[in-house]
Ligand binder design. Structure first.
Ligand code: GLP
Length: 257
């Protein structure tokens, strides 16, 4: 595991985007795994500044709400369109989001893993982490080998995401999420974390046991993981950015993870 610590959330974008850009330069038809949430936004902004040829790039979103009408501004299909597809000038036909508005979401979920496999698998999967350790929408209790499926959202996750909706009651209670097993099949995982409120869970995920209680602990099982965290999120792992400006790259053992 490689671990980069930067002074603040904005700086996570430059480091993580550099990693994604390197993948794209070495493979112009790379398949990107796309995360929503606030944490990856600086990554997409910084990646756009690289002005790479994105015409061959494919993208697969991690998850989607079930029950929002197509075109709802907070559906992840719309978030991905605004924040990723348009910003990075991806070909919309090459970007997939689980079909949460489908008549049969279970069936749509089952087809998603097959579509990823057909695209050759994901080269680099961008990830965030929820306060309860969820990755994508894999809530605690999700099986470590789970596949893309329909899941219920916990109240905690619904509350955390209520900030994007007019009323907390508007947050859907179901989703389609890539499974933990699906995520583990990506060739590289890139976790982006910021904020003091994530320090506890980041510490638990990286240095606690691998357990379904903390889905993000699956990161410990993957051979090619890069974590980019700001100082506040990395505080309990004992890693600090140097001089407040230079990112520190430390091998996992140096931070006890
Ligand atoms: C959401 C998403 C996750 C994301 C997480 C954390 O519910 N489904 O993919 O990683 O919450 O979001 P944030 O980065 O805004 O804290």
């Amino acid at each position: 595991m490689d671990f980069f610590v930067v002074p603040d959330a904005a700086s996570t974008g430059a480091i993580a985007a550099g990693i994604v850009a390197a993948v794209i330069r070495s493979k112009p038809e790379a398949v990107l795994g796309l995360a929503t949430g606030g944490s990856p936004l600086p990554v997409y902004a910084a990646l756009a500044a690289h002005r790479l040829d994105m015409s061959g790039i494919r993208g697969f979103a991690l998850d989607e709400y079930v029950g929002l009408p197509a075109g709802h501004p907070q559906s992840y299909a719309e978030v991905i369109r605004r924040e990723v597809t348009e910003r990075l000038h991806l070909d919309p036909a090459k970007v997939s989001v689980p079909a949460g508005a489908a008549e049969d979401p279970e069936r749509a979920a089952a087809a998603y893993d097959a579509a990823i496999a057909q695209a050759g698998g994901i080269d680099v999967q961008i990830l965030g982490i929820g306060h309860n350790g969820h990755v994508a929408f894999n809530e605690p209790g999700s099986a470590l080998d789970s596949r893309t499926r329909v899941e219920a959202l916990t109240e905690r996750t619904r509350q955390a995401n209520a900030r994007y909706f007019a009323s907390p009651d508007d947050v859907p209670d179901r989703c389609i999420t890539q499974g933990l097993g699906t995520i583990l099949e990506a060739r590289q995982l890139l976790l982006v974390v910021s904020g003091a409120d994530k320090a506890d869970i980041l510490h638990t995920a990286l240095s606690g046991p691998v357990t379904t209680d903390c889905p993000a602990s699956i990161l410990q099982l993957h051979p090619h993981v890069t974590v980019v965290a700001d100082e506040a999120a990395a505080a309990l792992l004992g890693a600090r950015a140097v001089n407040g400006t230079t990112p520190v790259a430390v091998r996992s053992r140096a931070v006890g993870v």
